[in-house]
Every structure is written in structure tokens, then in C-alpha cells.
Design a protein around this ligand. Structure first.
Ligand code: FDA
Length: 275
């Protein structure tokens, strides 16, 4: 998991982010964990996020934070989750930090949008994530306020065909259509993909519109396609790296392995002492 996760502790997360900052990347720090079923665990996560915010400030890191609402108790009770989100958003605002709300599976989409709008209306330092594989995303974009900060990604969950495109090229087409629609609404877009074809298309789109980092940035996951990330940075684009950390690294890492089965072979070889 080391490739995809900064480590288990706040110190690990800070050290990894600081190294990324030194070579010109900005970051989003995310505490690992999701689908929490008891209130005490969700409240502990709030405390850990407040510590993270303090640490980002104390260490002078160039990083925002990213949050999964099911870690803050969305599956327990929406009102409870809202209170937890407000607490984190308030602490982040005091520290001058930005909060991105990750998007989870489609059963969470409506509640996530509601909670985002509530928190953003109150604190003004939040952004959301939209998934190009969802059939609804273009219409969700149509109801966003101009200037909204959106991370656009393909989407990682296994979703039914009624709600999501399953065909690889359809997802790509939707990604491009969503990017164009977001930019037309003057949203700030975090182009979150490691797909060369989408990166190339996005570069052409932002180039043709003459946009700069006030309107877009590229975003990548820690440990994934570092050569692409370095190239984008060298070309002068702002690149933000998503840096997950924490004890709950297992589920996250399994998802990364599923996306790239070649890595599973390396892991097996290493375990068997073959390299
Ligand atoms: P794709 O999966 O086609 O990958 C493109 C290429 O990248 C592959 O061909 C491979 O070469 C390489 N690659 C991909 N994964 C790799 C790996 N693990 N190791 C090595 N190489 C790999 N999803 C979601 O549902 N909600 C969210 O909030 C977020 N948040 C998010 C933040 C950021 C910063 C990123 C980059 C992504 C997300 N995602 C996400 C995940 C996203 O939805 C998507 O599942 C992954 O980014 C993979 O899709 P790509 O667009 O990268 O294309």
C-alpha cells in the first residue's frame, strides 16, 4: 500500500506532502475511512480532521483537505453528518483552508450535494466532486452556481447500468462533455484523471480557451502515473496530488490494485521474494 498511501500517521502525511510541495505540487490530504456505522467513530474522524488542519497550518503545507461523508456518519444520519461536516468546515475556514467533499457511490449523490450546498452557503470554503460515469452529471452541472469548485473524475464505484455508463468510451465522452459544461459555467475544475486521452483533450480545451490556474488544475492520485504528473507540471499546469493517509488503508489500496492488475503481480512477486 505504501505506493498509494502516505502512511498511517499525521507525521507521515505531512512528510510526504512537504516533499511534494518542495518539487512544485500542491496537495489534498485525505484521512482514510468510509462507511462508518457508529457515531463515536465518526466523531473521532472529526477530531482527526481538526488535528490535520492544525498540522497543515503548523507545517506550512500547501494543501487542502478531502473528506468522505460516509466517514463523517452519512449512513448513520444526515443531520449528524451535517453537524460533523460543519465542524470541519468551520475549523478549515479559520485556518484558511479549502475542503473538498469526495463523491461516493450513487446512493450518496443527492445527500452529498445537499450537504455540500448547506456547508458552502455557510462557510464558503468548499468544493465538490462530480463523476463522469453517472448519467445525471450533466444535469447536476446545469444547476451549479458559477464559480463552484468541482473535481471532475470518471467515478470509481461499481454502479448499475440504469445510473451509470459502463462503456469505457462513453465514460470518456461524458468526461469531455462535463468538462466543457463546467468551464462554460465558469466553474473551477480539477481535472482528475490519469487517462492520456482525456488529459490530452483537456489540455487542448483549456489551451483554446486561454485558461490559467484560476480556472483549472490537473489532479492525480499519490503513486499513480507519476511520469504524467511530472510532465504536466513541467509544462506549467498546476498539479494537485491526492494524498491519503491513516490506519484504514486497506480498502483504498485494494481499489487502486483493481484499477491496475499489473501492480498485483509486483506485490505477489515481492511477497514470494522473486525480486
Ligand atoms: P483509467 O482508469 O483509464 O486510468 C488511466 C491510466 O492510468 C491506466 O491506463 C493506467 O495506465 C493508469 N492507472 C490507473 N490507475 C492506476 C494505478 N492504480 N496504478 C498505476 N497506474 C494506474 N472517484 C470517485 O468516485 N470519487 C472521488 O471522489 C474520486 N476522487 C478522485 C480524486 C483524484 C485526484 C483522482 C485522480 C481520482 C479520483 N477518483 C474518484 C477516482 C476516479 O474516479 C477514477 O476511478 C480513477 O482516477 C481512474 O480513472 P482514470 O481517469 O485515471 O482512468
Amino acid at each position: 500500500a505504501r505506493r498509494y498511501v502516505a502512511g498511517e500517521t499525521l507525521a507521515d502525511a505531512s512528510a510526504r506532502t512537504s516533499k511534494l510541495n518542495e518539487v512544485g505540487f500542491v496537495a489534498t490530504l485525505a484521512l482514510l475511512g468510509e462507511e462508518v456505522a457508529d457515531r463515536a467513530r465518526a466523531q473521532r474522524a472529526v477530531g482527526e480532521y481538526v488535528e490535520l488542519i492544525d498540522r497543515i497550518r503548523a507545517d506550512g503545507l500547501r494543501s487542502g483537505i478531502s473528506i468522505k461523508l460516509t466517514l463523517l456518519g452519512l449512513k448513520i444520519d444526515e443531520q449528524f453528518c451535517r453537524d460533523n461536516l460543519f465542524e470541519v468546515a468551520a475549523a478549515a475556514r479559520t485556518a484558511g483552508l479549502f475542503v473538498r467533499i469526495d463523491m461516493e457511490d450513487h446512493t450518496c449523490t443527492d445527500a452529498t450535494l445537499r450537504l455540500y450546498h448547506g456547508a458552502q452557503g455557510r462557510y464558503g470554503n468548499l468544493g465538490l466532486v462530480l463523476q463522469a460515469y453517472l448519467r445525471r452529471t450533466l444535469s447536476d452541472i446545469a444547476s451549479l452556481e458559477p464559480g463552484t469548485s468541482v473535481r471532475l473524475c470518471k467515478g470509481i464505484y461499481i454502479e448499475p447500468a440504469q445510473v451509470a455508463y459502463r462503456d469505457f468510451d462513453q465514460v470518456r465522452e461524458s468526461f469531455v462533455a462535463c468538462l466543457e459544461a463546467l468551464l462554460a459555467r465558469r466553474c473551477h475544475v480539477g481535472v482528475a484523471t490519469h487517462d492520456d486521452r482525456l488529459v490530452d483533450r483537456s489540455r487542448v480545451i483549456v489551451g483554446a480557451l486561454g485558461l490559467d490556474e484560476k480556472s483549472y488544475e490537473f489532479q492525480t492520485l499519490l503513486g499513480v502515473r507519476e511520469e504524467l504528473r511530472d510532465r504536466l507540471h513541467a509544462e506549467g499546469h498546476r498539479v494537485r496530488v491526492y494524498v491519503p493517509y491513516g490506519a484504514d488503508w486497506y480498502l483504498y489500496s485494494i481499489r487502486r490494485l483493481r484499477e491496475n492488475p499489473k501492480i498485483a503481480v509486483y506485490v505477489l512477486r515481492a511477497l514470494l521474494g522473486l525480486r
